[in-house]
Design a protein. Structure first.
Length: 453
């Protein structure tokens, strides 16, 4: 499967954009998380300094007020607790927000040193005394009092439940995800619009080329950006040159046919006095047929970029009308099934030549029936012409399309009709196949690229 340039640009730029925005999201989230934890650590420091400001040391040891400055420290399981430990790790003071000491605390090694850590502490909540683990941010600070007689050290520990921080972080992540998703959607929509505008000249060129192939216009007429002007100018020059060459060739062939017409008429007139001489009659017929074949072949062999879309049903009706007059004496039954919406991507005269030769053969050899089917089959134009005549031998199905081959040697002519048909089919990148029909006679099956319907 070939991916279009527009889709390649869109996928590539979108992938880079999404990667950049995901990296930006990670950087912003990481920076916010670090700042959030830094603010929490600073808040714990302030709690320690506040406890230090109300702490006193006497002969009996550390003295702390019964009621703390912060209401959370006076409320059990409030999510904020504090304690002071003596040098022997015994509890010197415990806030009302916690019932007992917390094991696993990591303390500072030397006075004046801060130590931040996290731990999981099981809290007892509710009337049913349900225990639930909670993760806390913990700060420990060692202080030493020296009154000149004794030196005492204490560890001030303050801890805050991380649940509120995690909730705030998750809410921020959701908001960031919403913002970045909105940015991605807006940028992708803008990118689609920009790509559509940027590739509009290519789309226009594609449509104009399709119109050229269908015969709707003779040259590229739209205004293109500088990057495409060279291509469109060369295409127009090629079309113009091809058209002029084709017309010159047609004119030359017409002149040749006209120049040969008079001498051939004179020769036939003179030979009419020698009808008994079958050799001369056969020779002049052969010369006449060969000239006709070469003229037809020369005209159709010139490739053309501009192909007119020809209505098949219209051409077929004209050919059938002529066949009915020519073979009126045979009283054949003709069944034509044609999709009226199908078109032949080519010249009307060449389609008429093609159908004329095939239907002439069918009418000539049919006994009672000729069937014609024109349909779209597997995205291709399919034409089937069948008769109930004697048919074609299997070993002759390919030979009959060669110049000089004939279906029936008893009929006059030099067998150029099917050769012309094969040339026309090849001209339009089509295929033709001969076989035996269900009626018992010949079946000609033609396939063409269905570029217009």
């Amino acid at each position: 499967m070939t991916i279009s340039l527009r889709l390649r640009f869109f996928i590539g730029i979108s992938a880079v954009l999404i990667l950049v925005l995901l990296a930006s999201f990670w950087l912003v989230e990481s920076r916010y998380r670090n700042d959030l934890y830094a603010a929490a650590h600073e808040r714990l420091r302030l709690h320690v300094f506040t406890l230090l400001s109300v702490a006193q040391v006497d002969e009996d040891g550390l003295v702390m007020p019964d009621i703390s400055y912060n209401p959370k420290l006076n409320t059990l399981n409030s999510g904020l607790w504090a304690m002071v430990l003596a040098a022997d790790k015994s509890i010197s003071w415990l806030s009302l927000s916690i019932e007992r000491s917390v094991p696993g605390l990591v303390l500072s090694e030397t006075p004046g040193q801060w130590h931040f850590s996290e731990l999981v502490h099981t809290q007892t909540e509710g009337a049913d005394q349900k225990q639930s683990p909670a993760r806390f941010l913990v700060v420990a600070y060692k202080v030493a009092w020296d009154d000149g007689k004794t030196r005492r050290s204490y560890d001030f520990v303050v801890a805050e439940n991380r649940l509120q921080l995690d909730d705030q972080l998750n809410r921020t992540r959701l908001r960031l995800a919403g913002v970045f998703t909105s940015i991605i959607l807006v940028v992708i929509a803008s990118l689609m619009l920009v790509l559509r505008l940027a590739f509009r000249p290519i789309t226009t060129l594609e449509h104009e080329i399709a119109a050229l192939e269908n015969g709707q216009q003779a040259r590229l007429v739209a205004t293109y950006p500088q990057e495409l002007r060279g291509v469109t100018a060369n295409l127009n020059a090629l079309i113009e040159k091809e058209s002029q060459q084709r017309e010159r060739y047609r004119a030359a062939m017409a002149d040749l046919a006209h120049s040969l017409k008079t001498p051939m008429t004179i020769i036939r007139t003179e030979l009419s006095n020698y009808r008994e001489n079958s050799v001369l009659q056969s020779a002049i017929a052969r010369v006449d047929d060969n000239i006709e074949y070469q003229l037809r072949r020369a005209v159709i062999s010139q490739h053309t970029l501009v192909r007119n879309g020809t209505e098949i049903s219209h051409v077929l009706s004209m050919v059938l009308e002529a066949m009915q007059k020519i073979y009126k004496h045979k009283q054949l039954s003709v069944d034509a099934k044609v999709d009226p919406e199908l078109f032949f991507s080519g010249d009307e005269n060449e389609l008429m030549e093609l159908l004329g030769n095939l239907l002439d053969n069918a009418h000539k050899h049919a006994q009672t029936q000729v069937n014609i089917t024109v349909r779209a089959h597997k995205q291709r134009l399919e034409i089937l012409i069948a008769d109930d005549g004697a048919g074609i031998a299997d070993d002759a199905c390919n030979e009959i399309f060669k110049r000089g081959a004939r279906l029936d040697s008893r009929d006059p002519g030099q067998g150029i009709g099917l050769a012309v048909v094969a040339d026309i089919v090849a001209q339009y990148q089509g295929q033709i196949h001969a076989s035996r029909s269900q009626l018992g006679g010949a079946l000609f099956t033609l396939h063409f690229p269905n570029k217009r319907s």
